[in-house]
Design a protein around this ligand. Structure first.
Ligand code: NDP
Length: 301
């Protein structure tokens, strides 16, 4: 696939996510028409972090566009942990709410772990509850975190049989790196998880057929780290300031260098980013169907 004249194929996250959202909307229609069920997503925002406000607005808009119910709960930064837990208890019991997402980060006085554990695991559409983490690690059927799920969908579209491939995940966070590694392992990849203490990182990356970068360091992964023909999934979103004072979004991979060597690569922006919300909508549909014991078509579970 890699052509030295044109470089790597671009994995178009925008097109991929548009397609996934269309599938979600179709499934929502079917659930409504055949089962009188409208999936509902509750998003809880605490405080006034501008980035979080943008994410929450976006999630609301996309949820409604897909034909689902959206319940937004915006709480003052001074809300107590007990008040937040009471709200979550109410959402757990609300039959119109099938998915619950608490926008992170939370203010310091609130224990995020405790809040996540309070969400009913079958409504935990972020897949962060320890029960879902355990299900993913043990090969069970839980909720899979949205960003790694989106990465996996795009990767499998490009490389349908991942069995036996060497994969490296750079980054070991609970929301991206670790779940991504479990998903790759479930596809029978030989998985390396790299982090800030990894020795000879370029050397480790050079051995991989699949590179997933989730570090949060602008353009850290260089072109000469990439094995010719590897597939590169760049999760990083970093805003950098250019010499003229303007800003630009870049990934964790030096895109122009890597695209000359890789067989396929996700751009930033327009790669992994758009898939995350699409997967959140998908998880909400899956959660609603499971809660009502409705079978979904192949490819949904
Ligand atoms: P975290 O900061 O939680 O984790 C970063 C990981 O990178 C850590 O495991 C850290 O290692 C590792 N790391 C840091 N420096 C190095 C280094 N020099 N060499 C090797 N590893 C290193 O980040 P997230 O996982 O939350 O996010 C990663 C990136 O993905 C960010 O740019 C974020 O914005 C983006 N992101 C994008 C999303 C999307 O929708 N596209 C969603 C979520 C995140 P250690 O554990 O040793 O500290």
């Amino acid at each position: 696939m890699n052509d030295s004249n044109t470089g790597a194929a671009l994995i178009d996250g925008k097109a991929f996510s548009a397609n996934l959202v269309a599938q979600v909307a179709e499934r929502v229609r079917a659930l409504r028409d055949d089962h009188h069920l409208t999936p509902g997503l509750a998003v809880v925002l605490v405080g006034e972090d501008p980035a979080s406000q943008v994410y929450v607005r976006n999630k609301h808009k996309r949820t409604v566009e897909a034909g689902m119910r959206s319940f937004e709960h915006t709480l003052d930064a001074s809300v107590t942990e007990a008040e937040l837990l009471t709200l979550i208890g109410g959402l757990n019991d609300d039959p119109e709410v099938h998915g619950i997402l608490v926008q992170l980060p939370l203010p310091r006085h609130i224990d995020a772990g405790k809040v996540i554990e309070a969400i009913r695991p079958d409504k935990d559409v972020d897949g962060f509850h320890p029960w879902n983490v355990g299900m993913l690690a043990s090969g069970g059927r839980g909720m899979v975190p949205c960003t790694p799920l989106g990465c996996m969908m795009m990767l499998k579209d490009r490389v349908p049989d991942l069995s036996g491939k060497r994969a490296i995940v750079v980054g070991r966070s609970n929301i991206v790196g670790k779940p991504m590694a479990h998903l790759l392992l479930a596809e029978n990849c030989t998985v390396t998880i790299a982090h800030s203490r990894t020795r000879d990182l370029p050397d480790e990356v050079r051995r991989a057929d699949i590179v997933v970068a989730a570090v949060g360091r602008p353009e850290m992964v260089r072109g000469d780290w990439i094995k010719p023909g590897a597939v590169v999934i760049d999760v990083g979103i970093n805003r950098v300031v250019l010499p003229d004072g303007k800003t630009r979004l870049v990934g964790d991979v030096q895109f122009e260098e890597a695209r000359k060597v890789a067989s396929a690569i996700t751009p930033v922006p327009g790669g992994v980013g758009p898939m995350t919300i699409a997967c959140l909508l998908r998880n909400t549909v899956v959660a609603a169907a499971r809660q009502h014991r409705i079978a979904l078509p192949d490819g949904w579970e």
